[in-house]
Write a protein that binds this ligand. Structure first.
Ligand SMILES: [Zn+2]
Ligand SMILES: [Zn+2]
Ligand SMILES: [Zn+2]
Ligand SMILES: [Zn+2]
Ligand SMILES: [Zn+2]
Length: 567
């Protein structure tokens, strides 16, 4: 059984010269300073602890074989070895599996000998298995008996069916002549002669005048030449009519087999043979688990939760691996010596513990350290908010001052931008460990309310007067009314547009004023926060509605006071 013991080089160097607790506090300061308005002077190191924790990372690689079977029509696919039948194929599969399995142990050993010192290396399928040729057998197709086709069930191989319209006679008896081939002559109705009425002018000598004499003349029927019957026009005297369905052929082509008498066998797709192929495939199943030898539950939870060997090695100062192979399984236990630094920090009179892992001191949870720094600012803002009024909008300088203080911390800027969102999970997740979800909710609500009050109050200070612009419509109305409906409507539309753009300008002026008061340094961008809190939309919508209502009111009032005189 190959057994390898390796110790990787330690990465410890000059970095350990300083006290790990001091180094960690510096890291915390580097993190907190850009996020909050506070510098590292607000953090006091109460105590620190530095230990090495052994993390045992167990990787298990199991070589798994599987026989993949497939089947298809026709001959064996190219490259497949042909065996006699199903039983022979089963024996061939077992032979291949046994041979491949037998080789695994040795091949895993060879791989381990070469790569034992690199825990991040994984044995691949090609390290454990050489693919073998597929094997298969061919069978005659049972449903078609190897013919590839099946007798048509409709015509029973004849390819034709008896014509149903004429019942196989090819013609119908003529009904017009009752199969006699002759019909009564329609001209003489069978009388052989025709009688014609004629008028004759006769001179009567007794009366010495002309008179009209009516006479009947009987003549032989010209249509039948005096026979009384003529040839049947329908059948032409043949007594029968050719079947139009079969054109006199007595049979029609079989619609199911299209006249061929056979159908293609669906089982073999007309090939007459089917092949059955088996192929041995190999895969490697990997499992990973980390177990930290630490009595501290938080440390153990962080280290046991590491997702893979790279994560473990990323936090290790040194590591060594032991490889064991049994049967088709390679197990590698890597002992990673992981430095863990713990500091107790005092923030604004409160204490919190922060842990860092690995030589680079990775911190996964800042334990609300930013929230602790920022909570006092939030208290002041909430107090200032008490003294504001919603209607008419009014705020105090204290609100501007405390809001400016709060927004000076980057974390609060991010919270402000997301405060109008229904789903706060995204922002909470982004700030996880930095501040608590509770802080995000409280700060979000307070900042949203404060920015809203400040915005409306600044608008009320003057710019809201743009809503009075429609009053100008009165004189304009009087001027343009001569130009008819078109001019009047255009003036109305123009008035509303002017009001709308004036409202937009008022918004930019207010944002500019607030930027100067709340964040003179330029960050965060107040316009962006105002937009994200949907205030811009609310103001422009309100201004639009007010402009429309007022313009229409002024227009109708003007019309009432100065009725239009007919030109
Ligand atoms: Zn078949
Ligand atoms: Zn047929
Ligand atoms: Zn017919
Ligand atoms: Zn006749
Ligand atoms: Zn006829």
């Amino acid at each position: 059984m190959p057994r390898t013991d390796v110790t990787a080089g330690a990465s410890s160097d000059g970095g350990f010269a300083t006290d790990p607790g001091i180094r960690l506090l510096t890291r915390i300061g580097d993190f907190v300073e850009p996020l909050t308005r506070f510098d590292r002077g607000h953090l006091t190191l109460e105590s620190s602890q530095y230990v090495n924790v052994d993390v045992i990372a167990r990787q298990v690689f199991r070589v798994v074989f599987e026989t993949v079977r497939s089947e298809g029509n026709g001959a064996l696919p190219a490259g497949a070895i042909e065996v006699a039948d199903k039983d022979a194929l089963g024996r061939e599969c077992e032979r291949q599996l046994a041979a491949s399995r037998a080789a695994v142990h040795g091949r895993l050993g060879a791989w381990a000998a070469e790569h034992c010192d690199a825990p991040q290396m994984h044995p691949s399928v090609s390290d454990c298995f050489t693919p073998l040729a597929r094997a298969g057998h061919v069978e005659r197709c049972a449903p078609c008996q190897g013919a590839g086709r099946i007798a048509c069930s409709l015509c029973e191989t004849a390819g034709t069916l008896t014509c149903e319209a004429c019942e196989g006679r090819g013609s119908h008896p003529c009904k017009t002549c009752n199969t006699t081939g002759e019909i009564t002559c329609p001209t003489c109705n069978g009388m052989r002669t025709v009688v014609t009425q004629k008028e004759r002018k006769i001179y009567d000598e007794e009366t010495s005048s002309h008179r009209i004499e009516h006479v009947q003349e009987t003549a032989t029927c010209g249509a039948c030449n005096g026979a009384g019957i003529i040839k049947c026009g329908k059948c032409g005297g043949r007594t029968t009519i050719v079947c139009t369905t079969c054109q006199g052929q007595k049979t029609i082509g079989c619609p199911q087999c299209r006249g061929s008498g056979y159908l293609r066998c669906e089982t073999c797709d007309g090939e007459g043979r089917r092949h059955f192929v088996a192929e041995l495939s190999c895969s490697i199943r990997e499992t990973f688990e980390a177990a930290a030898r630490s009595a501290d539950p938080e440390t153990a939870a962080v280290l046991n939760g590491l997702s893979g060997i790279s994560a473990v090695l990323g936090l290790a100062a040194t590591h060594r691996s032991i490889v064991e192979i049994s049967g088709d399984t390679l197990r590698r236990d890597t002992t990673a010596v992981t430095p863990v630094t713990t500091v107790m920090v005092e923030v604004n009179g409160k204490r919190t513990q922060v842990r860092a892992f690995g030589p680079q001191q990775d911190i996964f949870d800042y334990h609300n350290i930013a929230g602790m720094l920022l909570s006092d600012d939030l208290v002041v803002l909430k107090e200032a908010l008490q003294a504001t009024r919603r209607m008419p909008p009014r705020v105090s300088d204290a609100l501007h001052a405390s809001l400016a203080t709060v927004l000076a911390s980057e974390v609060n800027g991010s919270i402000a931008e997301g405060a109008a969102k229904k789903d706060q999970n995204g922002i909470v997740a982004a700030l996880k460990g930095v501040v608590t979800a509770d802080y995000v909710a409280q700060a979000g609500a307070a900042i949203r309310k404060s920015v809203g009050r400040a915005y409306w109050a600044m608008l009320a200070k003057g710019p809201a007067a743009v809503l009075a612009i429609p009053l100008l419509h009165a004189p304009i109305d009087l001027i343009v009314r001569r130009q008819g409906q078109g001019g009047w409507l255009m003036a109305l539309t123009g008035m509303m547009l002017v009001t709308f753009f004036a409202a937009l300008a008022a918004h930019y002026w207010v944002v500019q004023q607030l930027q100067t008061r709340l964040a003179p340094g330029g960050a965060p961008k107040i316009g962006r926060i105002v937009d994200k809190l949907n205030l811009t939309r609310a103001w422009l919508a309100a201004a639009g509605v007010a402009a429309l209502a007022l313009t229409l009111a002024v227009a109708s009032l003007t019309g009432l006071l100065f009725p239009m005189t007919p030109p």
